[in-house]
Write a protein that binds this ligand. Structure first.
Ligand SMILES: NC(=O)c1ccc[n+]([C@@H]2O[C@H](COP(=O)([O-])OP(=O)(O)OC[C@H]3O[C@@H](n4cnc5c(N)ncnc54)[C@H](OP(=O)(O)O)[C@@H]3O)[C@@H](O)[C@H]2O)c1
Length: 356
């Protein structure tokens, strides 16, 4: 595989062309304790776009609005050449119940805030960020469709939500002639593969391109974490409370399992003369259904390292080792459906390919 950022891919069931690696901007701004200041964020933006990168991922609340404001500032000279994806639904004002959630009032107010922060009059791709388990799907879909009809949003998409709800939404959107969902943004990496059970197959069947976040498991797959980081409860020695290392510890990203996966990633990287980050990203880029992993770089050196994934070729045996160490329990009904017994009762001993 030798790709470039300007080897564009089509996003889901749309004609929109996006780079095979998106640039995440949760690191634009220092408000969350683990991001880049304005100057380094500018260098990240410049390097990515210089190489043909066009796909940016942000959200109205990232770094308390700084991420969108910096993107707005940097994109002023070539707004139309770029694809800006942002998200709504996380609480923007503590204490105001309608400033978050997936409903129409939160959606419209968040989009207006994003347009202001991004200094633009349209958003290329609007994601529902996180499912709130409270809003009727018709309200969400009609609200999204209204935004498209108003020209404020070009395409709509969804992030962390149950597969069955997304599938139902896509069916309703199709039947009603409302704007379809064109992308599904989920956490997906060698340490988080549970999306393979239902979310990714659903996305492929329903025409949503998968855009994967945290492809390096917050940094664990770069090989810089070790057994000394196995402390998921307390603060990490030598790190400030808001650092990424502390966040990863709090989120339980560093476990015996994830470190064992990182060890195999390191072995494969050394065989190929590559870095672990490049191997981990290359694995995600190769996964069926994935349109673009989102890079989460804090420095230009990390960005350069991660972009090296575009040139990584994994051999079948390396892929098999990575798949094996990161394998998940498929859960029901998949474990049952994969059994010899079920294969026998549904297909007998006949060869029936699973393709049309
Ligand atoms: N839809 C959602 O709900 C959602 C959720 C999360 C993220 N996202 C999006 O996805 C993007 C990426 O997510 P993520 O930050 O979790 O991605 P990630 O790639 O798993 O982790 C990125 C972190 O790893 C470290 N890192 C990155 N490249 C490195 C390298 N080459 N060598 C060593 N360390 C490296 C950096 O942390 P340190 O250097 O500080 O250790 C960086 O902040 C975000 O910016 C955001 O746009 C979306």
């Amino acid at each position: 595989m030798s790709l470039t950022l300007d080897t564009y891919r089509l996003l889901g069931r749309s004609g929109l062309r996006v780079s095979p690696l998106a640039l995440g901007t949760a690191t634009f701004g220092t408000e969350w304790g683990w991001g880049a200041g304005r100057e380094e964020a500018r260098r990240l933006f410049d390097r990515y776009t210089e190489l043909g990168g066009n796909f940016f991922d942000t959200a109205s609340t990232y770094t308390n609005g700084s991420s969108e404001r910096l993107l707005g500032e940097f994109t002023r000279t070539d707004r139309d050449g770029l694809v800006l994806a942002t998200k709504y639904s996380t609480l923007r004002r503590p204490g105001d119940p309608n400033s978050g959630g997936t409903h129409r009032k939160s959606m419209l107010a968040s989009v207006e805030a994003s347009l202001r922060q991004l200094s633009t009059d349209y958003i290329d791709l609007l994601y529902l960020n996180v499912w709130d388990f409270r809003t009727p799907v018709e309200e969400i879909l009609r609200g999204l469709d209204d935004l498209v009809r108003q020209g404020k949003v070009l395409y709509v998409a969804i992030s962390s939500a149950p597969a069955w709800q997304v599938s139902r939404m896509q069916t309703i959107a199709d039947l009603r002639g409302w704007s379809p969902l064109v992308a599904l943004e989920i956490e997906y990496s060698l340490i988080e593969r549970t999306g393979e059970r239902d979310l990714i197959p659903m996305a492929r069947e329903m025409g949503l391109g998968v855009v994967s976040f945290s492809p390096l498991g917050g940094g664990v797959l770069t090989g810089k974490y070790g057994r000394e980081d196995l402390n998921p409860t307390g603060p990490v020695a030598g790190e400030t409370a808001g650092s990424r290392r502390s966040l990863n510890a709090a989120l339980g990203m560093v476990t015996e399992r994830t470190l064992a996966i990182a060890d195999v990633v390191k072995e494969v990287a050394s065989e190929l003369g590559r870095t672990p980050a490049q191997v981990a990203l290359a694995w995600t880029m190769k996964a069926p259904g994935v349109t673009a992993p989102i890079i989460g770089a804090r420095t230009v050196a990390q960005l350069e390292d991660n972009l090296g994934a575009l040139q990584v070729d994994l051999t079948p045996s390396q892929l098999a080792r990575l798949d094996e160490v990161s394998a998940i329990d498929p859960g029901i009904p998949h474990s049952l459906l994969a059994s010899d017994h079920i294969r026998t009762v549904t297909t007998g001993h006949m060869k029936i390919e699973n393709r049309r």
